[in-house]
Design a protein around this ligand. Structure first.
Ligand SMILES: Cc1cc2nc3c(=O)[nH]c(=O)nc-3n(C[C@H](O)[C@H](O)[C@H](O)COP(=O)(O)OP(=O)(O)OC[C@H]3O[C@@H](n4cnc5c(N)ncnc54)[C@H](O)[C@@H]3O)c2cc1C
Length: 543
């Protein structure tokens, strides 16, 4: 029986490439793989020349359809960007935090802007307010103490709306026919298969669960693109709810932000991504629901405040450090044109422990954008929000006895008695935790098993991957997103990190799958310097 008679995914006919996760990182990688003349390899002039050349060559398309049929993407949500969409709709985030030139299309840096122009939606790209002022301040202070800031040196930074970004991604999915490669399911185990004679990893067996059924799928290479993983970071004070003597509280009275998004509690049914200033006053139907405590000091905490003030009488935001205000989740020097200098310093550092410190310093914990900070201030001024900074929760006890400030509905439920590090005690009816994810491969449901079967060097839960982001040089499991931070730097989880990760993974796959050979006969090979330039000119003359 020939190999092709086995269904794809069978051990005798494995997928060439299986990607776990269909978020923006997976999309960036696939689009990069299917883009023949990526912006990273060819400048504008070369691209124009190549595209002109390609136009004259019949059948020389951008996508290798035959090859793509052997790719598979598995995602819990069953559609592209399912988690991202839920997140942005749930928190009602109108604008991206990242710049308009950072997006999943590998063909051109200005693709997203061009898309906005074609759609007549240029008003969905805005310049970041006061960025120039910040640059002036920084430059005057640190780089040229005696010189004035020259506006012509500044490149204005622009961000797109969430809906423009999502529509652009949908356009890419359609353009590259990527709905053909996606399947719904949850991957629970990635088992490497070794050649018994020479101990070489010859592929993987994957457990895909869907609708209560588990199916084994075989793939020669796997990419793990699961964002910041699947482990919630729960503070130590969170009481165990499974102890036999533990007092149970209703689930909705203690929730992590990811659970709030997943359960749909936050979903903004009046229309996502409202660009209007958030309505501050709670509607009568939603009011009188007691007190809410939100734990955390980052952008997610700020978005939860937006929802909290609509659902509760009073919101208390508790953060262990001060509330940082930043346009980006990394320091400014990692974003603007000095960013490359910081990245170069990062890559020169070979000690992964020092790299981790650099990442931690660059991210500085959570931060919120100036517009969300403005919102927080206005909620405080309206008496809807109180903040406690430099404060930690020491202990939280669920009480079911009567609380004097409660109305009858809340009395029936109970309340949290929260002991804070400043010595105060707060009674609240619900706690929402914006405490992020715990990045530790040994505890991640998807990767914990491979940590045991193919142990690799770890630094505080982050794997030390190869340059092309493989688990190990002999194990073609590629990792992108937060878990690749030690190789990619502080932007690993962001869209900017997806770009670098894709380049590196494609580099690895090109060698392994012989993808580069596809270019040998066309203009890319000539412009790219791996074929005869005179042949190219000859062909062009003939056209
Ligand atoms: C509030 C907020 C705003 C943000 N804004 C920005 C921004 O503006 N710009 C920016 O660059 N970054 C932003 N980020 C960071 C953002 O998380 C990442 O850029 C992006 O989501 C990472 O993409 P990803 O594809 O790696 O992960 P995700 O978007 O999380 O996608 C991973 C996918 O994997 C799937 N998955 C996970 N585990 C499994 C499994 N075991 N089996 C099957 N499927 C699985 C999930 O369903 C999910 O769809 C923001 C983050 C937050 C929290």
């Amino acid at each position: 029986m020939s190999e092709s008679q086995f269904p794809l995914g069978h051990s005798e006919n494995p997928y060439e490439l299986l990607i776990v996760g269909a978020g923006p990182h997976a999309l960036t990688l696939l689009v990069r793989l299917l883009t023949k003349y990526p912006v990273t390899l060819f400048n504008d002039e070369e691209q124009d020349r190549l595209l002109r050349h390609v136009k004259h060559q019949k059948g020389c398309g951008m996508v290798d359809e035959a090859r793509k049929r052997k790719y598979l993407v598995v995602d819990e949500g069953g559609e592209w960007l399912s988690r991202w969409k839920k997140l942005f709709a749930g928190y009602d985030i109108p604008w991206l935090r990242s710049l308009v030139n950072i997006h999943p299309d590998a063909s051109h840096a200005s693709s997203l802007r061009d898309f906005a122009m074609m759609q007549g939606r240029l008003d969905e790209i805005k310049e970041i307010d006061d960025f120039v002022e910040k640059a002036m301040h920084r430059q005057a202070k640190s780089r040229r103490m005696n010189s004035t800031f020259n506006h012509s040196q500044s490149t204005a930074l622009h961000v797109p709306t969430s809906s423009l970004f999502i529509d652009f991604c949908a356009h890419l999915v359609e353009k590259h026919h990527l709905n053909d490669v996606i399947q719904q399911g949850s991957v629970h185990c990635i088992k490497p298969l070794f050649d018994s004679s020479c101990n070489i990893c010859k592929g993987f067996e994957i457990d895909r669960q869907h609708n209560g059924h588990c199916r084994k799928i075989h793939a020669s290479r796997v990419v793990c693109a699961i964002g910041n993983g699947n482990c919630l970071r729960l503070p130590d004070w969170v009481p165990p709810c499974d102890g036999c003597n533990a007092v149970k509280w209703p689930k909705e009275c203690l929730m992590h932000s990811a659970e709030l998004v997943k359960s749909g509690v936050l979903y903004n049914c009046e229309g996502c991504y409202s660009q209007e200033k958030t309505q501050l006053l709670p509607t009568p139907r939603e009011a009188s629901k007691g007190r809410l405590m939100i734990v955390g000091g980052g952008l997610t905490a700020a978005h939860l405040v937006k929802h909290g003030v609509k659902r509760f009488d009073q919101v208390l935001l508790v953060s262990r450090s001060f509330l940082r205000v930043k346009h980006f989740d990394v320091s400014l020097n990692w974003v603007d044109r000095y960013g490359n200098v910081e990245m170069a310093k990062f890559w020169q550092e070979s000690d992964p422990r020092i790299r981790l410190r650099i990442i931690q310093n660059a991210r500085e914990g959570g931060s919120m954008t100036p517009s969300m900070w403005e919102y927080i201030e206005s909620a405080k001024a309206a008496g809807l929000l109180e903040t406690k900074q430099y404060t930690e929760i020491v202990n939280a006890i669920w009480r079911t006895e009567a609380c004097c400030d409660c109305n009858s509905a809340e009395k029936a439920k109970g309340f949290w008695e929260v002991h804070l590090s400043d010595g105060s005690i707060e009674n609240v009816h619900a706690i929402w935790m914006a405490t992020g994810s715990k990045m530790n491969v040994t505890q991640d449901p998807l990767l914990s098993q491979i940590c045991k079967s193919v142990p690799t060097t770890l630094v505080e839960g982050f794997p030390v991957l190869t340059h092309d982001l493989r688990w190990q040089s002999s194990v073609p499991l590629y990792v992108m997103g937060g878990y690749a931070a030690l190789q990619l730097g502080p932007n690993a989880l962001n869209l900017a990190g997806a770009k670098i990760a894709s380049e590196r993974i494609v580099e690895g796959l090109e060698t392994e799958m012989g993808l580069g050979q596809a270019h040998t006969d066309d203009g890319a090979a000539v412009v790219g310097g791996w074929a005869n330039r005179y042949k190219f000119l000859e062909d062009e003359d003939a056209c």
